[in-house]
Design a binder for this molecule. Structure first.
Ligand SMILES: C[S@@+](CC[C@H](N)C(=O)[O-])C[C@H]1O[C@@H](n2cnc3c(N)ncnc32)[C@H](O)[C@@H]1O
Length: 510
């Protein structure tokens, strides 16, 4: 599935983060009423008074918010048969899979026939795909958004809400009824939950940034477009709550199709496939069969769940967009963000920060560590951090290598700084490790303030996800710590040996 580029929200929609819940118009309590908005089309209006939508995530309420009135429970098969029938009636060819309850991912596609390795599956035709070009049931609403050049993500998010609110009147009603009412995603974690459970992980920052982007995007659409066309975009339907839902759906289901120039789309049916870190097969548009397909990288027997890859993502990224953490040690692409920083007490602090700024970096920067190693950029940053004033002539070169814009990508070598640079990275690793240890130790005694069983379930679930994430991230840090300590020990032993040799040689000449 596609990863939202952070730029997407900023292209034409500038996030303005000043709208607070108090400034939202007051409405009656959460109700579903069906209001005729055109002779042929019925639009569902919903209210969000019971929710506390806020641009400031720190104001988010501590309890889950009112569910939106469409979609279904995430683990429910209630609308799956209707979806499958509608897809078949609408041109989806016979399938070798069906929607079932599964062990991994709650609902998924399961083989009902033998499937060979290298076989193409799905063949979802373009008419069953939702993209920025899809026809709107309310064409006027689509035309307005296109006039304002709204980028694909917010456009599709608005489209989904518009179609969902039409209930049975939308051609996508069977699809939308089978979508989760509350997608698993960090968008649904409150600020307090992010602070509490993800304190040790850099994913917390990413989640806050993402929530703020979604809020900013909605506020911008509202200020620039919705408020000027209230008949097309009534606030009862197009509000923060429904946008959170639609962005949650997009983050967890939208796919980028490389053969269609990387265009993004929701692909009903294909989006029932769950992710496996072992699988190396991705969805794409197949020009020869004119459908969205994937090619199996292994055989499946009837009854076996079929998987695709959502991309080479770390466990943190999977939690951020899809709301799950793979079992520890099963994700070869797993990584952890290691924060590094130039100390304010550094004699060359200003010069170093200046050099970093020139290359789009700052005094504190995160780099990904994998079990298999770390990027050259991280080493370059570490060299810069430990460089003495006598090496100021090299700051520019180091900063350039620390940014991934360094075209040659060749490793910098400063033997005189190597030991200090490795020690610097080790110190950063150990400081991160201690944050994880603190969280993991405290996690056993958390959640004593629970007042209801529903709250308990949510808290236990979120805590388990956080514990799984922290264990997997800490494991990578432990590995890096082991390697760094060994390298430093070898280096220091080597130096000691050289020193002893030098000592005996000087004695010899005495
Ligand atoms: C594209 S949808 C897949 C279909 C989904 N299971 C459903 O029932 O709608 C992505 C969502 O499926 C679930 N999922 C996918 N792969 C998973 C996995 N390996 N482990 C746990 N949950 C998974 C997550 O809830 C994720 O947000």
């Amino acid at each position: 599935m596609a990863e939202a580029s952070r730029i997407i929200f900023h292209t034409t929609l500038l996030p303005t983060l000043h709208q607070t819940s108090s400034s939202l118009r007051k409405r009656s309590p959460h109700t579903i009423s069906l209001t005729k908005t055109s002779p042929a089309i019925v639009r569902c209006t919903i209210s969000t008074t019971t929710t506390t939508s806020s641009s400031d995530t720190s104001r988010a309420p501590a309890t889950p918010q009112q569910p939106i009135p469409w979609g279904c429970e995430i683990d429910s098969l209630e609308n799956a048969a209707a979806l499958q029938k509608w897809l078949t009636d609408s041109g989806l060819p016979d399938q070798k899979m069906e929607i079932k309850k599964v062990d991994v991912g709650e609902r998924g596609l399961v083989a009902n026939n033998n499937i060979r390795k290298g076989e193409k599956l799905l063949f979802v035709p373009p008419s069953l795909v939702i993209s920025a070009d899809s026809e709107w049931s309310f064409p006027e609403a689509g035309e307005v958004l296109k006039r304002y050049n709204v980028p694909d993500w917010p456009l599709i998010a608005t489209y989904l809400i518009s179609e969902a609110s039409l209930m049975e009147s939308s051609r996508w009603s069977n699809y939308i009824s089978a979508l989760p009412r509350q997608p698993y995603s960090l968008l649904y974690w409150t600020r307090a939950e992010l602070d509490r459970y993800l304190e040790a992980s850099q994913i917390r920052e990413r989640a806050i940034e993402r929530i703020n982007n979604v809020t900013g995007t909605y506020n911008d659409l509202r200020a620039r477009i919705f408020s000027k066309h209230p008949n097309l975009f009534p606030e009862e339907v197009f509000n923060m709550e429904t946008f959170k839902w639609s962005f949650g759906i997009l983050f967890s289901r939208l796919v980028r199709l490389p053969s269609l120039d990387g265009r993004v789309a929701l692909v009903p049916w294909a989006d029932m496939l769950n992710h496996s870190c072992d699988v190396e097969t991705f969805l794409d548009y197949d020009k020869s069969t004119k459908g969205v397909v994937f090619t199996t990288d292994r055989p499946y027997q009837p009854g076996e769940q079929v998987f695709i890859s959502y991309g080479r993502k770390s466990n943190g990224e999977l939690l951020l967009s899809y709301g799950f953490v793979p079992r520890q040690g099963t994700n070869p692409r797993d990584s952890v963000e290691l924060p590094l920083m130039i100390k304010k007490s550094d004699k060359c602090y200003e010069q170093k920060v200046e050099a970093l700024k020139k290359h789009g970096l700052s005094a504190s920067q995160c780099f990904p560590l994998q079990v298999t190693g770390w990027p050259l950029e991280l080493i370059a940053y570490a060299y810069l951090a430990v460089s003495p004033p006598s090496m100021s002539g090299k700051f520019e070169e180091m900063a350039s290598a620390a940014s991934n814009k360094n075209a040659s990508n060749k490793e910098l070598k400063y033997p005189e700084l190597e030991e200090q640079a490795l020690q610097f990275i080790l110190d950063s690793c150990e400081s991160s490790i201690s944050k994880y240890t603190k969280f993991l130790q405290a996690s056993g005694s958390m959640d004593l303030d629970i007042t209801s069983p529903k709250q308990l379930n949510r808290k236990v679930f979120l805590k388990q996800l956080a514990v799984d994430l922290c264990n997997s991230e800490q494991r990578i840090l432990f590995r890096a710590q082991y390697i760094l300590r060994r390298k430093l020990r070898d280096m220091r032993r080597g130096e000691l040996k050289a020193l002893r040799l030098f000592d005996s040689v000087t004695k010899f000449f005495k």
